[in-house]
Design a protein. Structure first.
Length: 76
């Protein structure tokens, strides 16, 4: 298994298995933060990887923005 940090909170873990066991696949993980839960999804090809990475990156940005707004509203 190889773990690669893609963004501050998104990681990709790659698994190599024999063809009998299913071949190569990976796991994209969006770590929990700001009281939002961890998200993960298994990917089996490049199209799935791109789709879920885009989705997780958008979610990461939205969660960071919401957390920043929440912190600023408490400061006022």
């Amino acid at each position: 298994m190889r773990k690669v940090k893609l963004t501050e909170r998104i990681f990709y873990c790659h698994f190599e298995e024999s063809e009998e066991e299913g071949g190569s696949h990976g796991l994209l993980v969006l770590e929990s933060a700001y009281n939002f839960p961890l998200k993960s999804h298994t990917v089996t090809d490049q199209d799935e990887f791109k789709f879920w990475l885009t989705h997780f990156a958008k979610t990461e940005e939205e969660q960071s923005s919401r957390a920043a707004l929440s912190r600023s509203s408490h400061a006022l």
